[in-house]
Design a protein around this ligand. Structure first.
Ligand code: DGL
Length: 258
């Protein structure tokens, strides 16, 4: 079974490119179309209803561009809206959720930390997942302000470093040995986070697991591409500068009002 249509991805902004990169590395023959809804970032502060409405808008745009599969490259949109999307559309959806399971399974101290948005940490999906791990202490921290700084291109600023210290130091004191990054923007903070965490604390995110899952769904249900013309489309509804920079200025970004 072959299918040369693109894989669609969306995020509240530029963060989902951390997922796009993993998918592109694993599946270089697949065309992709990425939507950065930066005009509406951050999603993490919005109500469930608003997140669902925005997720439907992004999905419709990707389906109108013939996406064969949609990756919700945003923990906040996944944990609040993926159930509605799956019920509404026939296209397969892959979501991204905080990687609590591998952290809990490998933790020696049985204390782990998770950094995510308010929308993710308050969601029913996330809280149901946490309930499965009663024997582990899970320290939840909302990453107030982090997404806005990344969206503004201030990832390496002193302000970012100070904010991260204020969120991570209490976790270090509580003796965590795993830090779960529960937002697709946060992998871009790993160099800063590594300056704060002692080396024995491991950092995990869900990017590789999502890429593997995408491969599985293409294999089982959708079909791989066998086209020689791989296309890579990026759309943003704000200024394209920061999105372009995060992709090392290697791709053309189209500015559209979606
Ligand atoms: N990148 C998103 C996530 O994975 C959302 C960040 C936001 O817009 O608040 O949660």
């Amino acid at each position: 079974m072959t299918n040369n249509n693109p894989i669609g991805l969306f995020d509240s902004g530029i963060g989902g490119t951390s997922i796009w990169t993993k998918i592109h590395e694993l599946l270089p023959n697949e065309s992709t179309i990425y939507l950065a809804d930066s005009k509406n970032a951050p999603y993490g502060q919005k109500s469930k209803e608003e997140i669902i409405e925005l997720s439907i808008k992004n999905t419709e745009y990707l389906l109108n561009h013939n996406s064969k599969l949609i990756v919700v490259a945003c923990n906040t949109a996944t944990t609040n809206a993926i159930k509605v999307l799956r019920a509404k559309y026939d296209t397969p959806f892959i979501g991204i959720e905080p990687a609590i399971k591998p952290a809990v399974n490998n933790s020696k101290t049985q204390i782990i930390g998770i950094l995510a948005t308010k929308g993710t940490l308050n969601s029913e999906l996330f809280n149901k997942a946490v309930e499965l791990y009663q024997d582990t202490t899970i320290i939840e921290q909302i990453g107030h302000g982090l997404v806005q700084l990344i969206e503004n291109g201030d990832t390496n600023s002193t302000e970012m470093f100070e904010l991260l210290k204020s969120y991570l130091n209490p976790m270090i004191e509580a003796n965590i040995d795993y830090l779960v990054l529960g937002c697709s923007h946060y992998p871009y903070l790993i160099p800063q986070i590594k300056k704060i965490l002692p080396p024995h604390i491991k950092i995990i995110d869900s990017g590789e697991a999502v890429a593997k899952q995408t491969q599985n769904i293409l294999n089982e249900k959708v079909g791989f591409s066998n086209s020689k013309n791989v296309s890579t489309q990026f759309y943003t509804n704000t200024d394209s500068k920061v999105l372009s920079e995060i992709l090392n200025n290697k791709y053309t970004i189209q500015q559209k009002d979606f």
